[in-house]
Every structure is written in structure tokens, then in C-alpha cells.
Design a protein around this ligand. Structure first.
Ligand code: NAP
Length: 317
């Protein structure tokens, strides 16, 4: 019989944690116990609370998702808070996982922390080849430090601490705030409001920039694969392939159609577009998982809109 493993997920109430809980229900193996914690179980910025909650479960494996996560405008306003929150959480989680001899810890970086000036497609090894975009330096450097911590803990203590790097994520239980959300949940909420108020949809920028998006349930499946199978010391991108990159304009069309919005759509070209593209290479992921099938974006958006409409009263708006 397979050895018993206890997998603790920090950030278990967030968008990715929610997706993992659903996928684990179906894909859990008999030798696995999955535990999902959030800030109500313990504030991971505090070392004593971190020690108490992790020692309560004595996990053999940890998926470390807990983090301050926000959109560009909140990042600009609160760079210092985000930096300090994430540094405290990460330092405490790593310290305790080292002390209780966790067999594998996987933390979650993000493709948006990569250097601003790079060649395309971006590959995993370019992480420290230049400064990240200035708007999110707090978030980006706190995440880059996870990669540094993995290397230091491995060198000094022999810990099996690794990271995976997902691209832009969307799905049920996202943050749908109108001021602070990422592009897909922000658009879904805006369209919902325009439909209700019978007003035109104003989209900032030209709609030309290209992005790769990953549905949270697909990422959950990849995270489960990683905690079971992935042991490479080097990071790995989790993203839809380069061919599945879509423009913001196409994305808007999908959200509008799937929401049943019939009003006018106006692109406000006086507003900034941000970076034209941030294409990441999936060559490494495809070496390990050549047949992994991603949910088509229209299907993922349809599911996300359905969740948002059904949970409007309690969703993060
Ligand atoms: P999320 O929805 O914002 O959830 C954040 C989670 O962290 C929540 O469970 C929250 O708990 C927990 N948390 C925050 N502060 C905490 C604290 N002080 N103590 C304990 N727990 C705390 O995040 P997500 O979108 O699921 O992201 C999951 C991971 O993927 C993060 O590491 C993020 O950086 C990474 N990522 C996200 C994206 C994206 O587009 N969202 C893209 C790439 C990578 P409460 O609910 O109790 O507050």
C-alpha cells in the first residue's frame, strides 16, 4: 500500500484553494489526507500562530498558496503592505516546514513577476534577469524571494522546497471587486453591472494586448500532479500554450456573449494598455505533461459567470 501522506494547503479559501477542494473531492487517493487552512485557522504573518496551525496537522507535504494577491491599482497603492505581508507569511511557513521536516513544499509564484524587459517566449530561467514592472515591485520581489528561499533551504538544510509558476488565473471564487480585480473577474462584474443598469461597457485600452489565461480547476489539477510527481529543483510554468494566447478584445467578446449583454462596447483608447504581451513558454510543462488538456476559455468563462451570478451576494466584490 502507498505511504500515507498529509497534504496541507495554505490559502485554502482563495480562488485556487476553492478549485483544489473541488478537484480533490474527485481525485483524492486513498493514501492522501488533504487539509485546507485559511487566515481564520491562523494568521501566517505571526510565527506563533503559524507554528500552532502547521504543527496541529504535522503535514508531510505542503502546498503554500497563502498570499496577499491583488490587481494593479491596489498593488500600486499598497506595495509596502503586500511586500511585508508576503515576506512574513513566507518566512514563517518555510521556517516551520523546515523545523517539522516536511518532505515536500511547493509554493506558488506568478508569471507577472518576471522582468519587464525580456525576450519572448519567457522561459522559467529568466526570473532574475531584470527588474519586474514597477507597479507591482512589492508583490513581485516577495514572490521572487520564494525562489531564493527554496535554493537556500535546499543548500543549507537539504529541504525539498520547490515552486511552480502559473500564468493569469481565473475561475469561481475569484476577487470580483470593481476597483481591484484582475482582468477577467473585473470584466465579468462590469458587464453584470452594465446589463443591470442598461449602460455601455467601457473597456480601458485598445483591446490589442495578448494574454495567456488558466482556468483555476485546470491549475488545481496541475498542482495535484506537482505535489505528487514533480521533484525538479528548477521552477516550472503552468500555462495554456502559446497558441492559446488571446487578445483582450477577444476576451471581452467572450464575456459579453456569455453574459448575454446586448449593449454597446467602447474601448477607451486614451487609457494605457499595459505591456503588449507576456508570452510564456510551455515547453518544460509539455515535456512532463504532453497530453494535458486545458478547458477552452469560453467554457471556463461560462462556468465563472455562472458561479458569480449564483454567488453574487457573498462573492468578493
Ligand atoms: P486569493 O483568492 O486571494 O486567496 C488568498 C488566500 O491566502 C486566502 O485563502 C487567504 O485566506 C490566504 N491568506 C491571505 N493572508 C493570509 C494570512 N495572513 N494568513 C493566512 N492566510 C492568509 O488567492 P488566489 O488567487 O487563490 O492565489 C493563490 C496563489 O496563486 C497565490 O500564491 C498567488 O500569488 C498565486 N497566483 C495567483 C494568480 C491570480 O491571477 N490570482 C496568478 C498566478 C499566481 P482568507 O480567505 O482567510 O483571507
Amino acid at each position: 500500500m502507498d505511504e500515507k501522506v498529509t497534504i496541507l494547503v495554505t490559502g485554502g479559501s482563495g480562488m485556487l484553494g476553492y478549485a483544489l477542494q473541488r478537484v480533490v473531492k474527485v481525485e483524492k487517493r486513498p493514501n492522501e489526507e488533504w487539509i485546507f487552512i485559511n487566515s481564520k485557522d491562523g494568521d501566517l504573518r505571526d510565527i506563533n500562530q503559524t507554528r500552532k496551525v502547521i504543527e496541529k496537522y504535522m503535514p508531510t507535504h505542503v502546498l503554500h498558496l497563502a498570499s496577499a494577491v491583488s490587481g494593479m491599482f491596489r498593488n500600486i497603492k499598497f506595495n509596502s503592505d503586500v511586500l511585508l505581508t508576503n515576506q512574513s507569511i513566507n518566512t514563517n511557513v518555510y521556517q516551520v516546514c523546515k523545523d517539522i521536516k516536511v518532505k515536500k513544499l511547493i509554493s506558488c509564484l506568478s508569471t507577472c513577476i518576471y522582468p519587464d524587459n525580456v525576450t519572448y517566449p519567457i522561459t522559467e530561467s529568466m526570473l532574475h534577469n531584470g527588474a519586474p514592472h514597477i507597479t507591482s515591485i512589492g508583490y513581485s520581489f516577495s514572490k521572487r524571494m520564494l525562489d531564493v528561499m527554496n535554493r537556500c533551504y535546499r543548500m543549507q538544510y537539504g529541504c525539498n522546497f520547490l515552486s511552480v509558476i502559473p500564468t493569469n488565473l481565473y475561475g469561481p471564487n475569484d476577487n470580483f471587486s470593481l476597483e481591484d480585480a484582475h482582468v477577467i473577474p473585473g470584466l465579468i462584474h462590469k458587464v453584470h453591472r452594465c446589463k443591470k443598469e442598461d449602460t455601455p461597457l467601457i473597456v480601458w485600452g485598445t483591446g490589442k494586448p495578448l494574454r495567456q489565461f488558466i482556468f483555476s480547476y485546470d491549475l488545481a489539477k496541475l498542482m495535484i500532479w506537482a505535489i505528487r510527481e514533480y521533484n525538479d529543483e528548477e521552477n516550472i510554468f503552468f500555462s495554456v500554450d502559446e497558441d492559446d494566447e488571446i487578445s483582450i478584445k477577444e476576451l471581452v467578446e467572450i464575456v459579453v456573449e456569455e453574459s448575454g449583454f446586448k449593449g454597446d462596447v467602447v474601448f477607451d483608447e486614451t487609457k494605457t494598455d499595459g505591456q503588449y504581451k507576456k508570452t510564456v513558454s510551455t515547453a518544460k510543462m509539455r515535456q512532463f505533461l504532453p497530453d494535458f488538456k486545458f478547458t477552452p476559455i469560453r467554457e471556463g468563462i461560462r462556468e465563472t459567470i455562472r458561479w458569480f451570478e449564483e454567488n453574487y451576494e457573498t462573492a468578493r466584490t
